[in-house]
Design a binder for this molecule. Structure first.
Ligand SMILES: Cc1cc2nc3c(=O)[nH]c(=O)nc-3n(C[C@H](O)[C@H](O)[C@H](O)COP(=O)(O)O)c2cc1C
Length: 312
């Protein structure tokens, strides 16, 4: 399955495991890379020295390419970028910020840079900043999303029409059929988050993994748009946010309710009531917690079979 994305990263399949706070450490990233995809360590929930440890462990666990995802809102971003360079990381996915800020710094060090966007405007900005590819993420996706609520199905062809660099589709893809649909729309590869969050190697708490399997369609919603829009499971904390919205809250009140470490409490510590549980709409299609290799192989097999036999 050779194409622009497999060549860009030197991998077997054009499948990227999205960087995910509290979920994608070295175990998940190396498992995906060993299986022929591109694993990403999610730096967004790691102190700089914790990230260094994860990179070092990942290098020991795989001799295949892997990368690091860096949300640019990160407070210690200079230290994070220095560690990435010192540890010889070859691929960086940036998100949540201006692609101009770090792209040339990373490119000068010989690093392949990909930026995550949720609109055509930002895809063009990323291309102009010199990135090697863009991840175009629809608002079905788990985690933080675009305010405009553009879906993956509409975003991919619109971006494809405007940019020359490779396009990686993200949001709502959890099967070979989903991957094929994204490729038919013009994507050169896919980035998958939620499906990999419910794997054996994911560092999500078991309670959260079980919740992902239980969530049905309609079980998540995009919220907290005034702070940073995020798709959450409709648990007790989510209901509290909804109740506050009915009182026309100020940003300060929303911030106060959110407080600190909500995502850690929910996804890493397994507090299903009071924590933030970030997962995508595709959770409705996730029925089992399996090893990452099996997940990836099942996606590739279904993709190839459906494509060959034109079962759509
Ligand atoms: C629990 C969770 C945490 C995430 N954290 C990040 C992150 O730190 N940085 C980022 O760029 N994207 C993050 N994402 C988005 C994923 O990298 C990926 O683009 C997205 O999950 C794809 O959509 P899907 O969930 O429908 O597969 C996160 C997603 C999830 C589910």
């Amino acid at each position: 399955m050779q194409n622009r994305i497999t060549k860009l990263f030197n991998i077997q399949y054009p499948i990227v495991q999205g960087g995910m706070i509290w979920v994608s450490g070295w175990k998940l990233a190396s498992a995906v890379s060993n299986a022929g995809g591109l694993g990403l360590i999610g730096a967004g929930s790691m102190y700089p020295e914790v990230l260094r440890e994860h990179i070092q462990k990942c290098k020991k666990a795989t001799d295949k390419p892997f990368g690091v995802n860096v949300p640019m809102l990160y407070p210690d971003i200079e230290k994070i970028m220095d560690i990435i360079v010192e540890e010889g990381v070859k691929i960086v996915f940036t998100s949540a910020g201006n692609p101009k800020t770090w792209t040339s710094f990373l490119k000068e060090k010989g690093i392949t840079v990909v930026h995550v966007v949720s609109s055509v405007r930002f895809a063009l900005k990323a291309e102009a900043a010199g990135v090697d590819a863009v991840v175009c993420e629809g608002f079905e996706a788990g985690g933080h999303n675009g305010r405009e609520e553009t879906t993956t199905f509409t975003l991919i062809p619109m971006v494809k029409e405007q940019v020359k660099i490779p396009v990686i589709a993200a949001g709502g893809i959890g099967s070979g059929r989903g991957m094929l649909a994204a490729m038919v729309l013009g994507a050169d590869g896919v980035q998958i988050g939620s499906r990999f969050a419910a794997t054996v190697e994911s560092s999500a708490h078991d309670n959260f993994k079980k919740t992902i399997v239980e969530v049905k369609d309609g079980g998540t919603q995009l919220t907290l748009k005034e702070l940073a829009p995020v798709r959450l499971v409709k648990n007790k904390f989510f209901q509290e946010v909804q109740e506050l919205y009915q009182q026309n809250p100020t940003i300060e009140q929303l911030k106060e309710l959110l407080g600190r470490a909500r995502a850690k409490r929910g996804m890493f510590e397994g507090n299903l009531d009071d924590g933030e549980l970030e997962i995508g709409q595709v959770a409705g299609l996730i029925h089992e917690i399996k090893p990452a290799k099996e997940v990836l192989e099942a996606i590739v097999e279904e993709y190839q079979q459906v494509k060959k036999e034109q079962l759509f």
